[in-house]
Write a protein that binds this ligand. Structure first.
Ligand code: 13P
Length: 337
């Protein structure tokens, strides 16, 4: 394993004021996003949309890494450059989603396990040749009174640790993503308990598998009540609970924690990140690895129409800029304009 290689990638991604764009929606997921704007999902519309994102002028000021889907890693911009080359030239590190999605976990409480370990070594070698320097694997956990079960937490943590060890062995930085879903009517306190148990188990397994913590990126969900729970928590309550659980469970050796947005509105996701960074110092960087919270307004502005491209890029640039401000605790609601 080349620690130097992992360190160099981390140094390029973990930059104060910068974060990661998750643009790794599978063909099925991007199809649903396009359906919302009545746009047909074809290889070409998907390519055109990713080109819009990656060629947004100035985006490298706020984005240090982009997670791609396998199809996109093999696609080219209109100027014939591979997307991975185009990003690398901007100083943005190209990454790749490597998990194969979720499937039923037998004997659990109707829970899921992430698959994709088979042939991962060989796949990573190919992705690396195509320019990828980091990878992503998402574990999905339900939160309710009796979930996540010990079985699902343990099985998902073991898979994450196996994946992370294989990545590091190939000189690829693993994003370790245990997502506790916001679906349901659980309280913030219940989410805090479940998140603590999950992160504790994930780091236990990472240790058992010999994963070097200095060479990973943690991508957790925030500690937040379920979408059906009332009353809504304040921005400060979510920020405080999230930082409290992270301090209990995430070793200081982890360089950066880049949150997923998980269905939060764009403004709320930015406000939560800002509130956490307003209570510095923390042992790790706290940044973003948002998908929907960075792209929603861009997609809605674009509508698949070439004449809207510039406005869509401006909308994406603005969201990235506001999240960059949130990384420094300098975001305010008035900046939404
Ligand atoms: P969201 O920010 O939309 O949750 O997506 C982030 C991601 O990459 C989920 O795996």
């Amino acid at each position: 394993m080349s620690m130097h290689e992992l360190e160099a990638t981390i140094a390029q991604i973990a930059v104060p004021g910068k974060g990661i764009l998750a643009a790794d929606e599978s063909t099925g997921t991007i199809g649903k996003r396009f359906a919302n704007i009545q746009l047909e999902s074809t290889a070409e519309t998907r390519r055109a949309y990713r080109e819009l994102l990656f060629t947004t002028p100035g985006i490298e000021e706020f984005v240090s890494g982009v997670i791609l889907y396998e199809e996109t890693l093999g696609q080219r911009a209109s100027n014939t450059k591979l997307f991975s080359e185009l990003l690398a030239e901007l100083g943005i590190v190209p990454g790749i989603k490597v998990d194969k999605g979720i499937t039923h976990l037998p004997n659990s409480r109707d829970e899921k396990i992430t698959q994709g370990l088979d042939n991962l070594t060989e796949r990573l070698a190919t992705y690396k040749e195509m320019g990828a320097r980091f990878a992503k694997w998402r574990a999905v956990l339900n939160v309710s009174a009796n979930t996540p079960s010990c079985l699902s937490v343990r099985a998902n943590a073991q898979a994450l640790a196996r994946y992370a060890a294989i990545c590091q062995d190939q000189g690829i930085v693993p994003i370790v993503e245990p997502e506790l879903l916001m679906d349901g009517n659980h309280s913030l306190e219940r989410c805090a308990e479940a998140t603590e148990k999950t992160l504790y188990t994930v780091f236990h397994e990472l240790h058992k598998h010999g994963v070097i913590l200095e060479g990973i990126i943690l991508k957790p969900s925030m500690v937040i009540a379920g979408t059906e729970y009332t009353p809504k928590s304040s921005i400060e309550a979510v920020a405080q609970a999230t930082v409290k659980i992270l301090r209990r469970t995430v070793p200081a050796a982890v360089p950066t924690i880049n949150f997923l947005s998980g269905g939060q509105s764009s403004e709320v996701a930015t406000a939560h990140l800002n509130a956490m960074n307003a209570t510095k110092p923390h042992p790790w960087l706290l940044s973003f690895s948002y998908g929907r919270a960075l792209q929603d307004i861009c997609l809605r502005t674009w509508q698949g129409k070439p004449e809207n491209m510039k406005a869509a890029q401006q909308a994406f640039y603005k969201r990235a800029k506001l999240n960059s401000a949130a990384c420094k605790g300098q975001y305010t609601q008035t900046m939404e304009g």
